[in-house]
Design a protein around this ligand. Sequence first.
Ligand code: FMN
Length: 191
Amino acid sequence: MSNVKVLVFSGSIRKGSFNKQLAAVAAQSAGAEAEVTLLDLADFPMPIYDGDLEAAEGLPTNAKKLRRLFDEHDAFIIASPEYNGFFSPLLKNTLDWVSRSDADEPDLVPYKGKVAALLAASPGGLGGLRALPSLRQLLSGIGVLVIPDQLAIGGAMSVFDGEGQLKDDSWQPKIDGVVEALMKTASALKS
Ligand SMILES: Cc1cc2nc3c(=O)[nH]c(=O)nc-3n(C[C@H](O)[C@H](O)[C@H](O)COP(=O)(O)O)c2cc1C
């Protein structure tokens, strides 16, 4: 067991989301080696980022809670849906709110020096692969080291059982491989 803390979440809050299920499988895999927190962003509803709202009301409580959670973890595993070739607006909104500081600390503190692995799942053949470069670019730009290993699972309706488990076990070693690569990089960065 390493002392790395991993935050795992999906960019979809849909009931039965393939990416939520993928996040759950990845969290289980990471749990063998690390302290893992599996988040459901449905538990942290937030308005679309609006500078006027922030100026008038400050950060939403859920933005503060999420910022603290990001801050407390060393590594992130993100499973994103693909919408028209990009990662989800929910993910963008979440990452944007978390990048806002209401204290003296710099905005990007929860991201700097962290490491991330990207996953995707889709009913389509490419598995959401086209969403990952834009997500990689965003995270890299705010100080997160995104590992080269990534995974996009196509034909997702025949891969997950609806309860957050794999019904097609052939994906398990591939998910474990990405998680293992993340753990190696995160452990090296922490030591
Ligand atoms: C607005 C919209 C755009 C979509 N665009 C894509 C796409 O570009 N590529 C793809 O593979 N699937 C696309 N899909 C299908 C999603 O992959 C599918 O809804 C998937 O189940 C969403 O992820 P989730 O199961 O984690 O909620 C799109 C769905 C929506 C609603």
